[in-house]
Design a protein around this ligand. Structure first.
Ligand SMILES: *Cc1c(COP(=O)(O)O)cnc(C)c1O
Length: 362
């Protein structure tokens, strides 16, 4: 394996493990001696069946998913889940509870309002979404359809450290940008979903882990493709799935298992984010934007003294082989996305670059 010259801090689609990229490249034209590629194979072939079953088995074993939960491979991105969740799971006359912790929960709330009453259990707007705060204080209406959270706020750089206790109200989480970055107790959630392109693979597939009984809530008017029950009954093969994206999720989850699973990747992720936040906190030049207690381990957001310096920072970083550091256009600043596939060596290189940049521009 050649030494890595460029480290990719893109927020999504994001870096994949180098090893996975090499395996996928080696297998692309001739899949494991088949004589043609998986991209050319039927989704009903035994080769692809093996792939989708292995991907599901990997996800089940990594996350410890109980038997009464389905693992689905869906399309339409995490964004389609913003609509599918309320379309399938809102109960007549029962409000949907949403925590507004940033841009992605905002978009989910907008869709939910099409299907019924939304009650905010948290509104982070006043803090510019820099704070999540004490989830134990959030008002959970026991008569609600469900409660919804976005576990990692990719754009604002905050992440839940604990989740509200919603009792018998099903808890649903958009984990697009921190799924499988640390162990979670799946039983605490009725549903977890994630677009693959941050932590699990390329764009094109969305993973949904859900309690099967919930699917029965959907009314008769929900279109076939948008009904969870369709995909549960057909084991994600109702229509042609994104075969190559699922294949790569399989490779990424193989890689995670080999690494030691979620406890092992959690340690690595904590070491990376601790190192980067320590560098930010040790300097007067860099300023973190999220409340320290709620800082994301996946998306580290910070500012420099002014926007001109931020632009210079990004262009010089790029020349030094550190790409994708520009903050989201909605918030500006710098964002280092350090998902599972970012090695410690990439974070160390960024910290060295930051020290050097500061010494030259302070
Ligand atoms: C990227 C992202 C999304 C949107 O995902 P798409 O697959 O592009 O629809 C939703 N939620 C979160 C938390 C994200 O990071």
């Amino acid at each position: 394996m050649a030494t890595q010259t460029v480290y990719n801090f893109n927020p999504g689609p994001a870096a994949l493990p180098r090893e996975v990229m090499e395996t996928a490249a080696a297998e692309f034209v001739d899949y494991r001696g088949l004589g043609y590629g998986l991209a050319e194979a039927s989704h009903r072939s035994k080769e692809f069946e093996e792939v989708i079953h292995a991907a599901e088995a990997n996800i089940r074993s990594l996350m410890g998913i109980p038997e009464d939960y389905a693992v689905l491979f869906l399309q339409g991105g995490a964004s389609l889940q913003f609509a599918m969740v309320p379309m399938n799971l809102a109960l007549p006359g029962k409000p949907m509870l949403y925590a507004d912790t940033g841009s992605w929960s905002n978009l989910a709330i907008k869709e939910a309002k099409l299907f019924g009453d939304v009650k905010l259990i948290y509104d982070g707007k006043a803090s510019n979404y820099s704070v999540i705060g004490d989830v134990a204080e959030w008002p959970i209406d026991a008569d609600a359809s469900y409660a919804y959270v976005c576990s990692n706020n990719t754009i604002e750089g905050t992440e839940y450290r604990s989740f509200p206790d919603t009792g018998s109200v099903p808890l649903i989480a958009d984990m697009s940008s921190d799924i499988m970055s640390y162990p979670v107790d799946v039983r605490r959630f009725a549903m977890i979903f994630a677009g693959a392109q941050k932590n699990l693979g390329p764009a094109g597939v969305t993973i949904a882990v859900m309690r099967k009984d919930l699917a029965a809530r959907a009314g008769a008017k929900v279109p076939t493709m948008l009904k969870y029950s369709t995909h549960i009954d057909k084991e994600s093969l109702f229509n042609t799935p994104p075969c190559i994206a699922i294949y790569m999720v399989r490779l990424v989850t193989d890689w995670l298992i080999k690494l030691g699973g979620l406890p092992a990747i959690q340690k690595i992720n904590e070491a990376k984010s601790d190192a980067l936040y320590s560098a930010i906190d040790a300097s007067e030049f860099y300023r973190g934007t999220a409340e320290p207690a709620d800082r994301s381990r996946m998306n580290v957001t910070y500012r420099l003294p002014n926007e001109d310096l931020e632009a210079t920072f990004c262009s010089e970083a790029k020349k030094a082989g550190l790409v994708g550091l520009k903050g989201h256009r909605a918030v500006g600043g710098i964002r280092a996305s350090i998902y599972n596939a970012m090695p410690m060596a990439g974070v160390s290189r960024l910290i060295d670059f930051m020290d050097d940049f500061e010494s030259r521009h302070r």
